[in-house]
Design a binder for this molecule. Structure first.
Ligand code: HEM
Length: 322
């Protein structure tokens, strides 16, 4: 009898361990919510067909989620009385598209209540957003659970800044298990979307604090940007990939190679042999491996610090812990 008890205890413990070590997997909701992917896709499509510029912030939101506490939906949580959340950190103040995640989640709660995490909804919406604007698609491993913690200062500390140099970027990405190739590939996300002038205007007006310009930016481009962005401009936004900011393509690498990347962090990709080689190798649209590479690096990024098994929770509403 004692042996039997011990054995069932052992099996139970093994079950717990297995459950906690579980990774994410494609088709995780096959039995529990078979329509999850169709529902998220339909919702994302609905919003993006009305406002195509929403694709970019959805992709960025997933990136900002994963880089702070892992892909646990912590970027979606609202502040509470005593605690400012990641959402309130400066780089997250320009995120948009929370309504897309909320709409998909509420459709899912009707179909299969309490099953699909907000972090999974975000990973799927980011993928769908990219593919809906002519970008690649990829299979998203699912089964993330939602975190209960979201802290403003962690977002300020852990997100890369547009002023970072190559060494800093390499360290930030490396600490999360992403290599130099992932860095140059994922930076290609800047082929879509908009940026505020303040994210790069120091390159135009006051690069080293002496009223100078960044010598690593094309002078003609600086002149062009100065017309749009006046010093200390806090509101104007510009296209990051002028002409095709609503279409996911390889133009980002063309811009960077011409020293027309908007941020110092984009220009930094020309300062390392490996990333420079990647940038230059993507210039021929037909020979480009960017789409395939992007899917692979997104899957990798989407697995940073995921909560699985019994960890975390499945939020009922993405902006609030249960
Ligand atoms: C390598 C480090 C990175 C830095 C320093 C960086 C920085 C920034 C900054 C400063 C902006 C403009 C924000 C604003 O002024 O409104 C931006 C926009 C954007 N970033 Fe990044 N980013 C990085 C990597 C990534 C990655 C990995 C992705 C996705 C895979 C991404 C996707 C985007 C998108 C799509 C936008 C446009 C958002 C919009 O239109 O609202 N970025 N990024």
């Amino acid at each position: 009898m004692a042996t039997l008890k011990f054995l069932s205890f052992l099996i139970f413990q093994l079950f717990l361990i297995a459950n906690n070590c579980e990774g994410v997997e494609v088709g995780f909701y096959k039995k529990t919510c078979p329509n999850v992917e169709a529902i998220v896709k339909e919702t994302t499509k609905h919003f993006i067909s009305i406002a195509p510029t929403l694709a970019a912030p959805l992709l960025r939101m997933h990136f900002h989620d994963c880089f702070v506490r892992g892909c646990d939906g912590s970027v979606l949580l609202n502040s509470t009385k005593g605690n400012k959340a990641e959402k309130d950190a400066i780089p997250n103040q320009s995120l948009r598209g929370f309504q897309v995640i909320d709409a998909a989640k509420s459709a899912l709660e009707k179909e299969c209540p309490g099953i699909v995490s907000c972090s999974d909804v975000l990973a799927l919406a980011a993928r769908d957003a990219v593919s809906l604007i002519n970008g690649p698609t990829w299979s998203v491993p699912l089964g993330r659970r939602d975190g209960r913690v979201s802290i403003l200062s962690e977002a300020s500390k852990n997100l890369p800044t547009p002023f970072d140099n190559f060494t800093t970027l390499k360290t930030t990405f490396g600490a999360l298990g992403l290599n130099v190739k992932d860095l140059v590939v994922l930076s290609g996300g800047h082929t879509i979307g908009m940026s505020h002038c303040f994210s790069f205007s120091s390159r135009l007006y006051n690069f080293t604090g002496k009223g100078d310009m960044d010598p690593n930016m094309d002078q003609n481009y600086i002149n062009h940007l100065k017309i749009k962005c006046k010093p200390a401009d806090g509101t104007t936004i510009v296209e990051m990939d002028p002409g095709s900011f609503k279409s996911f393509d390889t133009d980002y690498y063309t811009m960077v190679s011409k020293r027309r990347g908007l941020f110092a962090s984009d220009a930094a990709l020309l300062t390392d042999t490996q990333t420079k080689h990647y940038v230059l190798s993507q210039l021929n649209q037909h020979g480009s491996t960017f789409f395939k590479d992007f899917g692979e690096s997104m899957v990798k990024m989407g697995q940073i610090g995921v909560l699985t098994g019994n960890a975390g929770e499945i939020r009922k509403h993405c902006a609030f812990r249960n």
